[in-house]
Design a protein around this ligand. Structure first.
Ligand code: CTP
Length: 403
């Protein structure tokens, strides 16, 4: 972030007091920071605090009534590498979405040459209101990145979704933006919500041992990156992995077992437009997980296994007309026949096949060779490619797929 110019816009919500901490974090990371505020926000945090911490004057009004000096919003637009509005109230969201321009902050937004990230903050009913949702969707279509509000205690005393993301979360979203910024005008999945499962599951035998598999999560992460690049809002439910990813439009849920993955998916699926299930879920788990480490005694040890829930099949049997569901099949023989039967059994729209018979395809490697079978019986084979190129092929297929 060193030397990056970040323009922080502050609107009138109680979370404005937290922006002092955000300014400190950004300054410590070497960024140049300037603040512009709506007049209402100065009731929640003193401009003096922000001017002192940012080491720059704070813009509030178009012009200073005493001196007659005009604050040039166009200059802010030319100066910044990134415009971040946090907290962003329902009122200012509506104004940004509809082109209303009655203060310096809004005039600056409409003059921005750089991308804009926003961190909404409001009470839960306001956040859930259809008009707020509509306005946020409009901003996303306009290319604005959204750092979603979080769940928790609200200033009203109510508990729910609407709290501004914490300053650390906003700072890491900003860092991620500069590390790997994906904002482009050709994004095809803006406004779409996609659920991805990835990685292995670990099924406990005792406190120190488990049944697992070699899945690295690499294919799932590559798909998530491509979905984010296309503007989607992604929920990733992932088993144990060394990989990590931060992005304002990504919510990450870490699970260990198939049952935990199922519960997480069950809580999210109804709100999703698309599901891509790339996780290598253990088909069976030990019937009993020992509370203490199993000691070696006999020569033979038998572990009784029971079937795990089929998460993909659950999503398929709870799928609406509008939802698209994509599954994976890792087959070692009769690839096409097995994949077709899986597509039908689990009520999928697409199934991605890979086979361990292909050199370079599989769990831990960086390459994969896939074929896609869709619900219209169309079968497409792809060359051996890097997992990120395979992810591009899958996401492109999905974008062009019509039910
Ligand atoms: N899957 C899942 N939950 C499970 C097992 C699998 O969600 N308990 C998903 C995987 O994420 C993948 C697809 O189902 O998208 C295929 O998994 P696979 O294990 O190959 O298929 P099965 O249906 O288990 O078939 P079989 O064991 O007969 O190969």
């Amino acid at each position: 972030m060193h030397g990056k110019r970040i323009l922080l816009g502050i609107t009138g919500g109680i979370a404005a007091y937290k922006i002092a901490f955000l300014v400190r974090i950004l300054k410590k990371k070497g960024a140049e920071v300037k603040c512009i505020m709506t007049p209402a926000s100065s009731d929640f945090i003193s401009p003096l605090v922000l001017a002192t911490l940012s080491e720059n004057p704070v813009g509030i009004e178009f012009w200073d009534k005493k001196t007659g000096v005009w604050t040039n919003h166009v200059e802010y637009g030319l100066w910044a590498d990134l415009f971040v509005v946090a907290p962003l109230t329902a009122n200012s969201i509506a104004k940004m979405a509809t082109g209303s321009c009655d203060n310096l902050l809004l005039a600056s937004y409409f003059s921005m040459k750089c991308p804009t990230l926003i961190a909404p903050a409001m009470d839960l009913d306001m956040y859930a209101h259809p008009s707020t949702k509509r306005n946020l969707e409009q901003l996303q279509k306009d290319g604005v990145g959204i750092i979603p509000a979080e769940s928790g205690e609200l200033a009203s005393g109510l508990v729910g979704e609407g709290r501004m993301a914490e300053p650390e979360t906003i700072a890491s979203a900003i860092e991620n933006f500069f590390a790997n910024h994906t904002t482009s005008i050709t994004q095809s999945l803006i406004g779409k919500k996609v659920l991805v499962t990835a990685g292995p599951t670990y099924e406990a035998i005792d406190p120190v041992r488990f049944i697992g598999n070699h899945s690295s999560g690499k294919m799932g992460f590559a798909i998530v990156e491509e979905l984010l690049a296309q503007g989607a809002q992604v929920e990733l439910v992932c088993g144990p992995t060394k990989l990590s990813l931060n992005h304002p439009n990504l919510k990450f849920t870490s699970i260990k077992t198939a049952e935990e993955m199922l519960h997480s998916v069950q809580g999210k699926w109804a709100k999703m437009d698309v599901g891509i299930f790339s996780a290598a879920v253990a088909d069976y788990r030990p019937k009993h997980s020992a509370i203490q480490k199993i000691k070696k005694t006999e020569d033979d040890l038998t572990i009784e296994l029971v079937k795990n829930p089929d998460i993909l099949a659950w999503a398929g049997s709870n799928k609406t007309e509008q939802q698209l569901l994509v599954g994976f099949a890792l087959e070692t023989n009769d690839v096409f026949v097995n994949a077709k039967s899986k597509l039908e059994r689990k009520n999928l729209d697409l199934i991605i096949m890979n086979t361990l018979e292909d050199r370079g395809a599989g769990f831990a490697g960086d390459t994969n060779k896939i074929s896609i079978l869709d619900n219209h019986n169309k079968f497409t084979s792809f060359e051996l490619k890097s997992k990120s190129e395979v992810a591009k092929d899958i996401v492109e297929y999905l974008i062009n797929y019509r039910k």
